[in-house]
Write a new protein. Structure first.
Length: 198
């Protein structure tokens, strides 16, 4: 077999442009990868200021990993973590490494991307707390908290959880999930997002 390479003169005569190979275009950018480990109970918010600052000051070139193995804990701290995750320009990846119960489950779902290891668990349940003050004040606080928590659960957990599951949790049911079920639901959410985008 004979190969024929065209010269520039031959190209001009035939009017056919000869493929000269690929051109490489390269862009250099510094990608920071930062990891935090939320292990054990979630404590008061003053212990998490470094995480808050990192999330708020990160750029869209940054990857922030939150590795979770927690039984839950302080709801206000968890809520502040979630709000900072959502406000961050970084791509926040939550990694379930053992268990994420209660507030830990909500933090897991707030990630831009959720990664699940084998043999892990999520637990969803309604809030618990102690009320103080006069009876009418406790009733008002309980009603306000109930309405607010329902909105929080719907915004944070759907479509990972169904509307019916959210209602069951709000009436006192506990919902447990293992790695297989979690992965199944994440895959279902991705399919739904792809259909919506397409």
């Amino acid at each position: 077999m004979t190969q024929h390479l065209s010269s520039p003169d031959e190209e001009a005569e035939t009017g056919v442009e000869i493929f000269q190979g690929l051109t490489r275009y390269e862009r250099h950018s510094e990608v920071r990868q930062i990891s935090y480990y939320l292990s054990g109970a979630i404590q008061q918010s003053q212990y998490y200021t470094d995480l808050f600052y990192t999330l708020r000051s990160a750029s869209d070139n940054d990857l922030i990993y939150l590795h979770l193995n927690t039984s839950g804990g302080d709801f206000d701290t968890g809520l502040q973590i979630i709000n900072n995750m959502r406000a961050s320009e970084a791509h926040v990846i939550t990694v379930l490494e053992a268990r994420a119960y209660s507030m830990g489950a909500f933090i897991f779902l707030a990630g831009d991307e959720c990664v699940v290891h084998d043999n892990c668990q999520l637990l969803f349940h309604i809030y618990s707390g102690v009320f103080a003050g006069k009876g009418n004040e406790q009733q008002a606080e309980g009603l306000a908290l109930s309405t607010w928590f329902e909105k929080f659960m719907s915004r944070t957990c759907q479509p990972f959880l169904t509307g019916k599951e959210v209602k069951n949790i709000l009436t006192g049911a506990d919902l447990w999930m293992d790695s297989d079920e979690i992965r199944h639901r994440i895959a279902r959410m991705r399919r739904g997002q792809n259909k919506a985008a397409g």
